[in-house]
Design a protein around this ligand. Structure first.
Ligand code: GAR
Length: 203
């Protein structure tokens, strides 16, 4: 079986990244092969984790670039040079330009810690607690130009307890995110056809 060459974009600890790498390394029938990890933060702990799992791990510090476009051009260069066909954003905390998103339309997904369409953006756990939501959770969705607004592939919900803090709720949600992301990526790749490299945008 041909597995889809997949990159993971991170900015931090990379626990979702680690779960996806381990799923693809432990199951030869898993439809994704993780071939590259990119972090926009050079000190992200996820980079060390990825390298220790044998995955090429590249830091591209957004602060080294004058514009988002220049930063993304370097990401695109790395993605093309590793023949990447699909991207998973996993705690990647940079907003992407419409151009980059359209380059990867239908081929880039993201995990977001809320029951979308509720609580797009940041501080989702604190906002859910402040609104006295009985349930919170996480969603995996396609990335589109509008932040956290693409079609949802799958979600998991988590009960909000009376004594939850943003930290405790974040931990409870994150513990569920890993299997959610593994299932969502598998589902997204069910009928995925890689692009013909001869027609790919190599901007
Ligand atoms: C995860 O909880 C993910 O849902 C969230 O960042 C965390 C990354 O954790 N993503 C966002 O907030 C994106 N808007 P990880 O680095 O341990 O996978």
């Amino acid at each position: 079986m041909t597995r889809t060459r997949t990159a993971i974009l991170i900015s931090g600890g990379g626990s979702n990244m680690e779960a996806l790498i381990k799923a693809s390394q432990s199951d030869p029938d898993y439809p994704a092969e993780i071939v590259l990890v990119i972090s926009n933060r050079p000190k992200a702990a996820g980079l060390t984790k990825a390298a220790s799992l044998g995955i090429p791990a590249v830091a591209i510090d957004h602060k080294d670039y004058d514009s988002r476009e220049d930063f993304e051009a370097e990401m695109q260069r790395q993605l093309i040079s590793h023949n990447v066909d699909f991207i998973c954003c996993a705690g990647f905390m940079r907003v992407l330009t419409g151009q980059f998103v359209s380059n990867w339309a239908g081929r880039m997904i993201n995990i977001h810690p809320s029951l979308l369409p509720k609580y797009k953006g940041l501080n989702t756990h604190a906002r859910a607690i402040a609104a006295r939501e009985p349930w919170h959770g996480a969603s995996v969705h396609y990335v589109t130009a509008d932040l956290d607004s693409g079609s949802v592939i799958t979600q998991i919900r988590v009960k909000v307890d009376d004594d939850d803090t943003p930290e405790s709720l974040s931990q409870k949600v994150r513990a569920q995110e890993h299997n959610l992301y593994i299932r969502a990526l598998k589902f997204a790749l069910l009928d995925f056809t890689p692009r013909d490299p001869s027609t790919s945008d190599k901007r």
